[in-house]
Design a binder for this molecule. Structure first.
Ligand SMILES: [Zn+2]
Length: 370
């Protein structure tokens, strides 16, 4: 399979358009036409990860953290960042980043964490409200009965009414149009000065923003009327299951201390930092893989008793304690690492059998004991 086909599959799992504006996701190295012989999943691009890919004979890495984040000023092989990138290019290894788009996707990073810790009934902690991907319009046009099929075909041929594996989707409702042609008009139906009533259909179809000009031109060209009555209605984005963090419920409530121990046994970390009374009972749990210290207020507002995340700062921990929210900081790496197994499963289900995919065995947690 070629890399562009793999990228299309990744976009089904976590569309690049979901990513935060400040992020840098997508293809960072490689050519979309490159052959993919195997895929290695990692959180970070490191020399050891690259060596593992080389050893496995896989020339494709999918990483959670971007290989290129800040704008590059040079690509020097004698400096750490430049060395890794030049090695990618030298070895013909592609790097594709799925970062905040994988966090926001459903299922995403915090779902993988929730599954490992037994947190069910999950919903996004902060729902994604901005529109994702292409904007759509509804084109509504009123057409005399004899011309409906021609107009319908014209807008469909121009790209209106494309829904998944269907094209030319439209809907028509019969009704009566009325108009009085004034002096100077050259009406297709009726006579100047007389109120005319005509059997028409209200024809409507979905149009993506990028095709709107050509669909409207095609509609006007196919329509018999001198003055065509039509509306272009902007559509609100459909609600998605996407959002940052998750909040859910433990199948069996336990104490904060027991939940902290569960993190230490289920996640790749031997020690977690805890804010709060370890004897306190917890049932409603907020989760954010990676750095979730910014979600303390959202977690408290969602009724969570504890937030499990990583990278919590001193003043954020004080703030959580003041709000009565318990915290378990299990580290950035340990709270994100579960998503690689989820991604591996989602990709394996979709990739052809001759393209193996596996999770890197390299622990890229800089805090891990070596
Ligand atoms: Zn991260």
């Amino acid at each position: 399979m070629q890399l562009h086909a793999l990228i299309a599959i990744c976009n089904q799992i976590a569309p690049e358009a979901l990513a935060e504006e400040w992020d840098n996701v997508g293809l960072h190295a490689g050519h979309p036409d490159d052959e993919v012989d195997g895929v290695l999943l990692c959180l970070d691009l490191t020399p050891a990860v690259l060596a593992e890919a080389r050893q496995a004979g896989f020339r494709c890495l999918i990483g959670h953290h971007p290989a290129i984040f800040r704008p590059l000023r040079s690509l020097r092989a004698d400096r750490a960042e430049g060395h890794l990138l030049t090695e990618l290019i030298r070895t013909g290894t592609a790097y594709y980043a799925m970062h905040t788009n994988l966090d926001l996707a459903s299922p995403g990073t915090s779902d993988a964490l929730g599954d490992l810790l037994g947190v069910g009934d999950r919903e996004p902690l902060v729902r994604l409200e901005r529109p994702v991907g292409e904007r759509f319009f509804k084109l509504v046009v009123f057409v005399p009965l004899a011309d409906v099929e021609r107009v319908r075909a014209a807008i469909g041929d121009a790209g209106a009414g494309a829904l998944g594996n269907y094209s030319h989707c439209s809907f028509a409702t019969p009704g009566t149009g009325a108009f009085r042609p004034l002096e100077g008009a050259r009406p297709a139906i009726g006579t100047v000065g007389t109120l005319e009533r005509v059997a028409e259909e209200r024809l409507e179809a979905l149009v993506p923003a990028r095709l709107l000009p050509q669909v409207v031109s095609a509609m006007l060209a196919a329509h018999p009327y001198e003055e065509v009555a039509y509306d272009i209605l902007p559509l609100a984005p459909p609600p998605t299951g996407a959002g940052l963090g998750r909040v859910g419920r433990l199948a069996e409530p336990c104490t904060l201390g027991e939940l902290a121990r569960r993190c230490e046994t289920s996640l790749p970390t031997s020690h977690v930092a805890v804010v709060g009374d370890r004897d306190r009972h917890v049932a409603r749990v907020a989760l954010c893989g990676g750095s979730g210290g910014d979600l303390i207020d959202a977690a408290a507002a969602a009724g969570a008793e504890v937030l499990i995340t990583g990278d919590v700062k001193h003043h954020q921990a004080l703030h959580a304690r003041d709000r009565g929210l318990a915290l378990i900081d299990a580290g950035h790496y340990a709270t994100e690492r579960p998503v690689l197994d989820l991604l591996c499963r989602l990709l394996s289900e979709r990739l052809p059998a001759d393209v193996p995919v596996r999770v890197s065995s390299v622990v890229t947690d800089p805090f891990a004991e070596s």
